[in-house]
Write a protein that binds this ligand. Structure first.
Ligand code: NDP
Length: 390
């Protein structure tokens, strides 16, 4: 029996993970499930999968969770300390699928067990990549990527020497607005940005796909996880989302990972690694698909990609600034306070200001410095948005 814990179990990645676990319940001992506000889903999953513990991130929802679990034998807990405690409970495999910077601390704690961390929470690598990788190495833990592009790269690298890699190409669908005229983007609505042409994902990552902030995070994630130089990482638009990534080797060969747009593929690969097992994903009919398209992303349409390059060049805690400013700008877009195109301006403004504040971004990367810089970047983002509004 594999002991498993799922952080962010009520979300899109979390639900896909539980779908795979529920197909073979005899193989898994569910240690802990964690969620945020969706207590009904959290309690129902904890009951049906016989979890030992269910945790909501919100202290004020503890009584609701207790009530929903009454008579089930599942322990209920709430708050940040409870999330960390859940991460410290012995498990062989932990899924990190909380959205945003909030996923970092539980993931770090899980790594201390020296087991496997399946990492969907790309923000962990963007905000504190060197710390996360060093913690895994120190405790003999393994991080397996769950982002579809990074799982694809990981799979293309099996049996290969990373030193023979010339370039890594990650594909981008282009999101909801890839074919919109540029002048229409300023007026894009929340509903329009929240609908992805190919993938069914959480709302935040779907909007980040439309703005390409998601791809910007993934470029930084690629650098941190695989240790390649920024100039070795390329992004290409691929509207069909069937080729997830390609690895180019020094002999000119390109190894591509091709598969259906279904996150259960990457999740299942991480769940069963190093084996491959049957997965309930569609098999591609290449003759029916016929054509795959690729084109270069337009820099004017996607300033987030340029900002990712600047973050990698700057190094240190610039990733934590970038991610926090992006999260705050995204909150404001979702709340209707700023327009779609304003998000990149806010992030650039915060990055520029904080990069010039002496010693800030170059401080040692620890959970404390990440939290400090994260808080400051959110405050600066609010200031930038207030200044623009006023
Ligand atoms: P969702 O928004 O669907 O789910 C997020 C999960 O995190 C939910 O369980 C939510 O709880 C919980 N959560 C939200 N805020 C907090 C918080 N402050 N503290 C603790 N838990 C919290 O996100 P996704 O599943 O789409 O994404 C999860 C992660 O995976 C992200 O980092 C994303 O970038 C990455 N990812 C997602 C992909 C996808 O296909 N969805 C693809 C590749 C990567 P609740 O809903 O109960 O409030």
């Amino acid at each position: 029996m594999k002991r498993v814990t799922v952080f962010g179990s009520t979300g899109s990645i979390g639900q896909n993970t539980l779908d795979l676990i529920a197909r073979a319940p005899q193989d898994y001992d569910v240690v802990a499930l964690t969620g945020g506000r969706n207590i009904t889903q959290l309690a129902a999953d904890a009951r049906r999968l016989g979890a030992q513990l269910a945790v909501t991130a919100h202290d004020d929802l503890l009584e609701d969770l207790r009530a929903a679990l009454a008579g089930s034998g599942v322990e209920a807990a709430a708050g940040q300390a409870a999330l960390i405690e859940a991460a410290a409970r012995p498990a062989d495999w932990t899924m990190s699928a909380i959205v945003g910077a909030a996923g970092l601390a539980p993931g770090m704690e899980a790594l201390k067990q020296g087991a496997t961390l399946a990492l969907a929470n790309k923000e962990s690598l963007v905000t504190a990549g060197p710390l996360l990788m060093a913690t895994a190495a120190r405790h003999g833990a393994r991080i397996l990527p769950v982002d579809s592009e990074h799982s694809a790269i990981f799979q293309a690298l099996v049996g290969e020497d990373i030193g023979a890699v010339e370039r890594i190409i990650i594909t981008a669908s282009g999101g909801a607005f890839r074919d919109w005229p540029l002048e229409r983007l300023a007026a894009a609505t929340l509903a329009e940005a929240s609908s992805h042409p190919n993938w069914d994902m959480g709302q935040r990552i779907t909007i980040d796909s439309a703005s390409m902030f998601n791809k910007a995070l993934e470029v930084i994630e690629t650098r941190e996880f695989f240790g390649v130089a920024p100039e070795q990482i390329e992004v290409i638009l691929h509207p069909e989302s069937l080729v997830h990534a390609l690895v180019g080797f020094r002999d000119g060969a390109l190894m591509a990972h091709v598969g259906a747009s279904d996150m259960r593929h990457a999740i299942g690969y991480a769940l069963h690694w190093p084996e491959r097992r049957d997965l309930p994903v569609a098999r591609l009919d290449l003759a029916a698909i016929g054509t795959l398209n690729f084109r270069a992303p337009d820099p004017a349409r996607y300033p987030a990609l340029r900002l990712a390059r600047e973050v990698m060049q700057r190094g240190g805690l610039a990733g934590a600034v970038f991610n926090a400013a992006k999260e705050r700008a995204l909150d404001a877009f979702i709340a209707g306070r700023i327009g779609f195109l304003d998000m990149a301006g806010v992030v650039e403004d915060v990055l520029t200001r904080m990069s010039s504040e002496s010693g800030l971004i170059d401080a040692e990367i620890t959970l404390d410095t990440v939290a400090h810089v994260d808080h400051l970047a959110r405050t600066r983002a609010d200031e930038a948005m207030q200044a623009k509004a006023g």
